[in-house]
Every structure is written in structure tokens, then in C-alpha cells.
Design a protein around this ligand. Structure first.
Ligand code: HEC
Length: 212
């Protein structure tokens, strides 16, 4: 007699397969300690940054922005630091790749903002890329800092005199915190300085992303 014709056996068989599937694809990965262990540099949000995160959630910035650098050269280079930036800030010409996002960076994110859709660039490493006044001008009028930008102007985060409200200040504090759970800018520059002192070349040095 066929296996399918024995109803009880069939139901039991389905239950066993569903249990095994759930166990190995959901429960085992959830027990991975790297999901709950913060990275070495990870710090919880301050009250102001947390308020900014709530504005980010409320305003739907995550409709257009992801917060995850994938392990692809196109992304680690794009969201890393270019020569101009390293020269201006650290006095060395270098290309520094952004490290891919790690689970330990996101342990304080409830809910996490990894996102699914990129109409704008990824923001996981945006902290420290611009100064606060750039962000304020960009939120007030994205076209003033990024000509042709599709991003909406968040005029309601500013008062009638055009000054940033507490919400805008908190949002900028949150944006500046993004990516700081890995000290990649300073560590990348240090790595480059070490490399260039040993090779003694005038060419820009390329540092691989810092893997922890
Ligand atoms: C309709 C889609 C959309 C929404 C919603 C949106 N953005 Fe953007 N954003 C963009 C686009 C497109 C760019 C690239 C052009 C530019 O710099 O303005 C961008 C750029 C940025 C940048 C600069 C990134 C970089 O690396 O240069 C920041 C920071 C940013 N957005 C923050 C926000 C915040 C905060 C919110 C919510 C208050 C938000 N965005 C909402 C589309 C969007």
C-alpha cells in the first residue's frame, strides 16, 4: 500500500519534516552567539541618538535607504573613503574600503534598519562622512548639497525661521552615529600609514576593509 494512503503516517511524516526544516534553518542560526555579541567598538545609543532613530523610523527614511554594506567590492569601495576625503581629514592619500556590515554592530538596533530598497545610497557608514551642517542643509534642501537629488526636503523638521528643530538635531546625531560601532576610518588610515612607510611610494595606498 502506498505511504500517502496511510493518513496518520503522512501527517506524522509532514510534521517531522517541518520540525527538522524549522530547527535547522531558524533555531540553529538564532543560537549563533555572533548575533548577540557586540563588536569591540560598539556603544549603545545615547538618548539623543535614540530620539533621532525614532525620527528616522517615523519619517520613513528606510523606504529609500538601506543600512547594510554587503561583502561586494562595489559596495565596500563605494561606501568607503576616497583619496580626497582621507587627504582632507588625515593628510594621507588613500582608498579605504568600508568593512561589510557585521551582526555585532546591530545588537542595539530594535528594530534594525537594514532596509530592503535603495533609492538613495546605503547609510550604514555615513557617520563621520559629512559634518553636522552638511546634514542640516541636506535635510532642509537636498538639492542645495546634492544637485539633482530625488530626496524630499524635510521642511517640517525646521522652524519658521529655518532653524533646525530638536527633531532635526536628534536625527543628525543618529546619522553621525551610523557605522561608528567599527572604528574603520581611523584603523584604515593607520594601516595605510604603516604600509606606505614600509613601501616608501608616492602612489596612493589601498587598504583592504578591516575585517574583525
Ligand atoms: C524618496 C527617497 C528618499 C527618502 C524618503 C530619503 N532619502 Fe536620503 N537620499 C535619497 C537620494 C536619492 C540620495 C542621493 C542624493 C543626495 O545626496 O541627496 C539621498 C542621500 C542621503 C544622504 C547622503 C548619503 C551620502 O552618502 O552621500 C543622507 C545622509 C540621507 N539621504 C539621509 C536621509 C534621511 C535622514 C531621510 C529621512 C528623513 C532620507 N534620507 C529620506 C533618497 C531618499
Amino acid at each position: 500500500m502506498k505511504f500517502e494512503s496511510k493518513a496518520i503516517l503522512l501527517v506524522l511524516g509532514i510534521a517531522v519534516f517541518m520540525f527538522l526544516g524549522t530547527y535547522f534553518t531558524m533555531i540553529v542560526p538564532l543560537m549563533d552567539p555572533s548575533l548577540t555579541t557586540p563588536t569591540e567598538d560598539a556603544k549603545d545609543y545615547t538618548a539623543l541618538e535614540l530620539q533621532g532613530k525614532r525620527i528616522y523610523e517615523k519619517e520613513g527614511c528606510w523606504y529609500c535607504h538601506t543600512q547594510q554594506v554587503r561583502n561586494l567590492l562595489e559596495e565596500t569601495q563605494r561606501y568607503g573613503m576616497g583619496e580626497e576625503e582621507t587627504f582632507k581629514r588625515f593628510g594621507v592619500r588613500a582608498l579605504i574600503q568600508a568593512p561589510p556590515t557585521q551582526p555585532g554592530e546591530c545588537v542595539f538596533d530594535k528594530p534594525h534598519m537594514l532596509g530592503t530598497r535603495r533609492a538613495g545610497p546605503d547609510l550604514a557608514r555615513v557617520g563621520g562622512k559629512y559634518d553636522n551642517s552638511w546634514h542640516i542643509n541636506h535635510l532642509r534642501d537636498p538639492r542645495s548639497t546634492s544637485p539633482g537629488s530625488l530626496m524630499p526636503a524635510y521642511t517640517w523638521l525646521f522652524d519658521i525661521a529655518g532653524q533646525p528643530t530638536q527633531d532635526a538635531i536628534a536625527l543628525v546625531a543618529y546619522l553621525q552615529k551610523l557605522g561608528s560601532n567599527i572604528n574603520w576610518r581611523e584603523e584604515g588610515v593607520e594601516q595605510v600609514k604603516k604600509l606606505s612607510s614600509s613601501t616608501n611610494t608616492t602612489e596612493p595606498t589601498t587598504a583592504e576593509g578591516i575585517q574583525q
